[in-house]
Design a protein around this ligand. Structure first.
Ligand code: NDP
Length: 255
């Protein structure tokens, strides 16, 4: 506990799912967390309340990613929130977690150019410009963690366009890791497998049983399984890991 006291963190898409669990874990270690969301204000507020109930600190930032002015809007709210609470705008930890997926059952033949552009705008372009915009706020020893997916290593034709965006976010990791190493800033990718994000499919026992077979441990991941990995990467103890692809899929990639 308290491995991140006096640190500040931004977790994009932390109103729900893996992002929420990550915001909770970072806050439990003492970080002040900016809970970012697109539209679901009630869910973001619930994340903040869960954090505060456990004695942590958090504030909400609304900004839809993938639209013009998205990163500017995000950082306006972020900097305001940080300034109010810390007197400055230092941002120690950036977690690029928010993403959209291809709707279930869309074959590669049916992906439209608009859908393709939206996937890239939210999942790849926004994280790139978030990192770029965060650079002046990140102190030496800062942390950038990009949430990828096991689908950059396993074929799933229905998710080809989504997986391409995750390939792109892994490139952000690779190249910025080199670029920021002189400042002691680490940049890593974390790749979840199927993870219970509270979505409706996880209420269907037969579907869960089927998905569980993909993991070497024969269960679906819980959001906190991934959040724990992200939180470790955010600590000082993880300072020797950079540019890495961390498989947080419960052995799904073992085949
Ligand atoms: P969820 O779908 O549960 O939550 C998505 C979050 O991102 C929400 O906070 C949502 O905000 C936000 N968000 C979505 N679209 C936008 C947008 N256009 N602009 C801003 N914020 C947006 O996500 P998961 O927990 O399932 O996934 C988290 C990460 O993990 C993603 O990067 C995903 O690709 C990756 N991943 C997830 C897997 C899984 O099985 N769950 C497997 C592999 C990778 P709001 O609540 O306001 O809509």
């Amino acid at each position: 506990m308290d491995k991140l006291s006096r640190k500040t963190a931004l977790v994009t898409g932390s109103s729900r799912g893996i992002g929420r669990a990550t915001a909770q874990r970072l806050a439990a270690e003492g970080a002040l967390v900016a809970v970012h969301y697109a539209t679901n204000e009630d869910a973001a507020q619930e994340t903040i309340e869960l954090i505060e109930k456990d004695g942590g600190r958090a504030f909400g930032v609304r900004a839809e990613l993938g639209v013009p002015g998205d990163v500017h809007a995000l950082f306006l709210g972020l900097e305001r929130g940080l300034k109010e609470r810390t007197g400055g705008t230092t941002l120690d930890i950036v977690v690029n977690n928010a993403a959209v997926t291809t709707p279930a059952g869309v074959q590669p033949e049916d992906v439209t150019p608009d859908e393709f552009d939206r996937l890239f705008a939210v999942n790849a372009k926004a994280p790139f410009f978030i990192v770029q915009r965060a650079l002046p706020l990140l102190p030496d020893g800062g942390r950038i963690i990009n949430i990828s997916s096991g689908l950059t290593r396993v074929a799933n034709p229905d998710q080809v366009a989504y997986s391409m965006t995750k390939g792109a976010i892994e490139q952000i990791t690779l190249h910025f890791a080199r670029h920021l190493a002189p400042r002691g800033i680490t940049v890593n990718s974390v790749a979840p497998g199927i993870t219970n994000n509270g979505g409706p499919v996880f209420d269907i026992p037969e579907a869960v049983a089927q998905m569980a077979q993909l993991s070497a441990f024969k269960r679906v991941g819980e959001a906190v399984d991934v959040a724990n990995v992200v939180t470790f990467l955010a600590t000082h103890e993880a300072r020797w890991i950079t540019g890495a692809f961390i498989d947080a899929s419960g052995g799904t990639l073992l085949g």
